[in-house]
Design a protein. Sequence first.
Length: 221
Amino acid sequence: MNLDFGFLSWGVVSSFILKGLLFSLQLTVIAMVGGIVLGTLLALMRLSGKPWLVTPAAAYVNTMRSIPLVMVILWFFLLIPLLLGKPLGAETSAIVTFTLFEAAYYSEIMRAGIQSVPKGQVYAGYAVGMTYRQTMQLVVLPQAFRNMLPVLLTQTIILFQDTSLVYAIGAYDLLKGFEIAGKNFNRPVETYLVATVVYFVICFSLSMLVKRLQARIAIIR
């Protein structure tokens, strides 16, 4: 097999690859922020001790964590438009699906982070007159975020890798950009090899940054 990477000029990258990369990054950031916010709410519901909050939150988390992401993507893309009576588009479907799906995983991370904060600090908050909401907002959640920040970022790296699954519904992500470039220049093998290297470089670099952050947090503790 003769590999030829000569066609990968800046013009090809700017025309095909950058658009997909920007959407993959956008999807990752939006799903991360939305997933952490929704996941934190789910974690608080599961730790509330109130059955009417614990049961639906636990059911949501366990259901999402038991279904492959690609199936959730396809279900949402194909079924939700039937219920709404209009298509949402591949990109919008991907953003909503990833946010809802990742919330289940971020929820478990935040639940562990909240439980890592000593109970004594919660009782101290109550002792000075804080409400449950104030104690969580001012005392518990800031420490939980700090404790679990490396794990949250690691999950975000996994999220970035999973964005390639939107290929199944035709969304224009990083992998789709490489795939289109490969078809246009009849070099699919080369483009998939380069795509693999690009994903590896991005994810490996982010993993090293998370590792350094984890070491700094350990020193602070």
